[in-house]
Design a protein around this ligand. Sequence first.
Ligand SMILES: Cc1cc2nc3c(=O)[nH]c(=O)nc-3n(C[C@H](O)[C@H](O)[C@H](O)COP(=O)(O)OP(=O)(O)OC[C@H]3O[C@@H](n4cnc5c(N)ncnc54)[C@H](O)[C@@H]3O)c2cc1C
Length: 319
Amino acid sequence: MTTHIAIVGAGIAGLAAARRLRTAGIACTLFDKSRGLGGRMATRREGDLRFDHGAQYFSARGPRFQSAVEEWCEAGLAAEWFEGAYVGTPGMSGPARGMLAGETVVGGCRVTALRRLATGWMVLTAEGPVATPGNGAFSAVILALPAPQIVPLAATAGLAMPALDGVRYAPCWALMLGYSAPTRFDWDRIRPEDGAIAWIARDSAKPGRSGATECVVVHAAPDWSRQHLEHSPVDVAGALASMLHDRYGIAGETMFAAAHRWRYALVEQPTGTPCLWDAGSRLGACGDWCLGPRVEAAFDSGEAMAEVVIASQGAGHGI
Ligand SMILES: Cc1cc2nc3c(=O)[nH]c(=O)nc-3n(C[C@H](O)[C@H](O)[C@H](O)COP(=O)(O)OP(=O)(O)OC[C@H]3O[C@@H](n4cnc5c(N)ncnc54)[C@H](O)[C@@H]3O)c2cc1C
């Protein structure tokens, strides 16, 4: 039987897993509920405006991620912003778009359940069941999602994930502001040490952006985001914009203002293991919740997941 893996989640963890599996000659189909792929390495477009409203930059500490970042920089998909801090180009989703080349991706498709068949796995989506064209079932499934989204999906196949019980995420409200000309700012980023705002970035000053219009992203601090988690995006946008003005003197006429709620933004309590693998069912799980709140941690987890799947083929565990 042909090996064909279903990966649910086309964030950096799912993409890293797919990339490594492909180098071992293993085919994958990636599913993502969002049309804009890359997960929290996200770029939101509004006309000519571009906002990195999720991850702001990434560092590369380990050799494997360093080599991936070097490749992205050479391919024009990433660039150094300040010392040791890289961004995707022309937006944070740049590396994801590069990694998707050659992959089979089903975007805008929410996976709602998993079914175990005698021959492997069936993936059920909001649009209906999906099976691989060649053999009628996926030989393994990788869930590359935030931990709280893995648990209910694994449960649809009768699998418990007790290792994920202790994982905790901090939420984050992100405010995106596009300023009308002639507003120009003379700073690139501000990292307040306390208060309701944790981060202010001039996205238009990052490398590879057009810079024609000022685009600013503000991230609320975890405590403030928690307290206001269920408030409306309009109210949150107003509150954060007022703080930006009152506390930091950042003001100007805006042509665009919107708030985005990241319910699972930054891992506060990871499992500390690179990935999870249930050899009996051939279901795996990976993501930043394994190793920490960073793009690199999610990448490393995805690669570790792929290594486990590759090793399981050699060990003769194929379905
Ligand atoms: C506001 C914010 C700021 C951050 N700042 C930084 C930073 O400066 N530096 C840094 O290194 N990291 C930062 N991070 C963290 C970093 O972005 C993440 O750790 C990393 O991108 C996680 O990747 P992932 O692949 O594990 O998960 P994700 O990127 O969340 O990918 C999961 C994917 O699964 C999809 N999905 C979910 N459910 C389903 C379903 N049922 N069916 C199909 N698809 C589904 C989602 O659409 C998503 O694309 C930040 C994150 C946020 C939100």
